[in-house]
Design a protein around this ligand. Sequence first.
Ligand code: NAP
Ligand code: MN
Length: 267
Amino acid sequence: MKYFVVNRGDEVSQQLNERFHVLAKEYGMVLDEREPDTVLSIGGDGTMLQAFHRYKDQLDRLSFVGLHTGRLGFFADWFPEDLDYLAQVMGSETSPATIVEYPLVEIQIRTQEGTETHVALNEFTLKGVEETMVAQLNLNDETFEMFRGDGICISTPSGSTAYNKSLGGALVHPSIESIQIAEIASINNRVFRTLGSSMILPKHHHCDIFPQANKHLLLTLDHLNVQRNDVVSIRCSVATQKVRFARYRPYPFWNRVQKSFIGLDMK
Ligand code: NAP
Ligand code: MN
């Protein structure tokens, strides 16, 4: 088993990282930064997002595991005190991990020069920079609405608990292959009209966003962001690729939601 560790860089995560290397050797694992089978993220959700983007060209062959040292850690199954056990089960050849696959968002950015494709684990957002964003939204090649407001957020099911949740979007179980379109502060009055609710699109549907030409836009993919003014349109859909998480014990999505947002000790 070839592994690599991405950690948040704080002292606790660094120490756990060092300790994991020692344990990994004991349990017969090999450190391989270039082509690991499993990537362990030690930190928070932000760390998992970094690990994902670092290895997004190898999604078909590797899987991720999260160990939580941060604040929320929605993507993490393990705690610091589990480190020894985790190394043992990761190294074990007799009890292989269960691999779960979660859907991703794919965006295709069209410019005069051509088309680029990107994937996100949490979400893609598009926002205006100098002014409110004005953009036409098409669903499956039919005009849907003219959007005016701060922006639009397109999230994955596993990202539905992140930015999308703050926007009033629904939490979506990751077995539902879908993307969610949520509005960021849309303007609604006598002149401008948007749906006002978030929408969940199934696989094989797509949404095209046509922003006003030559306006500065802020594009974000998870924790990454870039400003551009050359976007002609952006197509959003469920990606053909998926992200794989290695599970060595069950941790159902709704338990994760309960633990992250409500807390275990309910009276
Ligand atoms: P950050 O500012 O540290 O992240 C904001 C919070 O979102 C952190 O508490 C993070 O958890 C949590 N988070 C990330 N992914 C999550 C998920 N799938 N489910 C539940 N919570 C999640 O920045 P970051 O750590 O680099 O994360 C980038 C993400 O921040 C973006 O993908 C976006 O979803 C989110 N964000 C949220 C808002 C908002 O809610 N208003 C605005 C901008 C961005 P950890 O503490 O464990 O890292
Ligand atoms: Mn963070």
